[in-house]
Design a protein around this ligand. Structure first.
Ligand code: AMP
Ligand code: MG
Length: 320
């Protein structure tokens, strides 16, 4: 094993220090606006293999390559298709990932053996500072042990990865809180593979023939894997009236429960952005405090609520 467990993990607030680890083919966790990422040099087979190992992620589940400048894509993608160019102009840097034909010099292992590759430029300033300081494409899946909820704080990333990575860059709580929108731009018309903060409407406003993937023939390999799951059983309910209060139950939603209903963990979010921002940390708080049943209020699935409900449904399916 190239990456024996319980290594020393260095904590820092300095993106340039974290960048040095990645430049030396070591792994560094870093903040982005979506969720925390677990980064390694995308051009190094050994570094990329150690990402899969640190996460316990099946190597058939491809990683997203992060860049700080479009020029860094030259050894990552074979071409930037017209739809990808349009999305880059509209949304880079931002919470969106584009799937493009893979460049032959990019190790296949980055994209789970596929001849395509997913690329993204995050907008969080400290993430861009790190990427620009590395100056290489950085492969980075979400910074969590495979199957667990994504980490939206450095403390949650450390809970899963302290002792498994060389460095953790401490930054702010992820603003969006859900993983990026993923769009396949390799074909004639773009296909939304994973919903996120950039909605189908926003994509269609830029490239009108953008459509959603049929779930039964999903082209997004990662979506076949279990994801986002706390240990608790998840119930999706339209109103808090259906939640059964108790010292082993949790509730998250926009509507407040009755004043005399007590939950071990309770989040009443102000709006859908706030609900998304808080979801994964709420799941982890439920795990930390021994909650066995989680009630999630369902929302009408427009805009960001479509991405939020997608994550909640996957977590409900995967939960033990
Ligand atoms: P994560 O980094 O944990 O957010 O997961 C990245 C996800 O992006 C994967 O699980 C896939 O769903 C998607 N993805 C990455 N690369 C590709 C690709 N080449 N083709 C289709 N989907 C991809
Ligand atoms: Mg993930």
């Amino acid at each position: 094993m190239s990456h024996s467990l319980r290594m020393h993990t260095y904590f820092t607030d300095d993106p340039v220090e974290a960048a040095e680890f990645i430049s030396n083919d070591k792994l560094a966790v870093f903040p982005t606006e979506t969720v925390y990422g677990l980064g390694g040099n995308a051009l190094s087979v050994a570094a990329v293999e150690s990402i899969y190992e640190a996460k316990g992620r099946p190597s058939s589940n491809p990683l997203i390559v992060h860049v700080g400048a479009i020029a860094d894509l030259s050894r990552v993608v074979k071409e930037i298709t017209p739809s990808a160019r349009a999305f880059m102009e509209a949304f880079f840097p931002g919470p969106i990932t584009l799937v493009l034909p893979r460049h032959s010099s990019l190790p296949k292992v980055v994209s789970g053996g596929l001849d395509t590759v997913a690329v993204r430029m995050p907008s969080l300033p400290i993430a861009l500072q790190l990427l620009r300081s590395v100056g290489l494409p950085v492969a980075a899946p979400s910074a969590n042990i495979s199957g667990r909820p994504s980490a939206t704080t450095w403390q949650s990333a450390a809970e899963d990865l302290d002792g498994r990575v060389s460095c953790i860059l401490r930054g702010p709580k992820a603003i969006v809180g859900l993983e990026s929108t993923v769009v396949d731009c390799t074909g004639r018309s773009p296909i939304l593979l994973r919903p996120g903060a950039i909605s189908l409407d926003a994509l269609s406003a830029v490239v009108p023939d953008t459509s959603t993937d049929a779930p039964d023939i999903s082209r997004s390999p990662g979506l076949r894997h279990h994801h986002y799951a706390p240990s608790a059983h998840i119930c999706i309910i339209p109103s808090p009236d259906e939640a059964i209060p108790g010292d082993q139950t949790g509730y998250i939603g926009l509507a407040p429960p009755h004043a005399d209903d007590q939950f071990k963990q309770c989040v009443v979010a102000h709006h859908v952005e706030d609900y998304s921002h808080k979801l994964f940390e709420f799941f982890r708080d439920c795990d930390r405090s021994g909650v066995t049943t989680i009630y999630c209020q369902s929302l009408v699935e427009t805009g960001l609520a479509y991405a939020l409900m997608d994550r909640i449904r996957r977590a409900a399916k995967a939960a033990k």
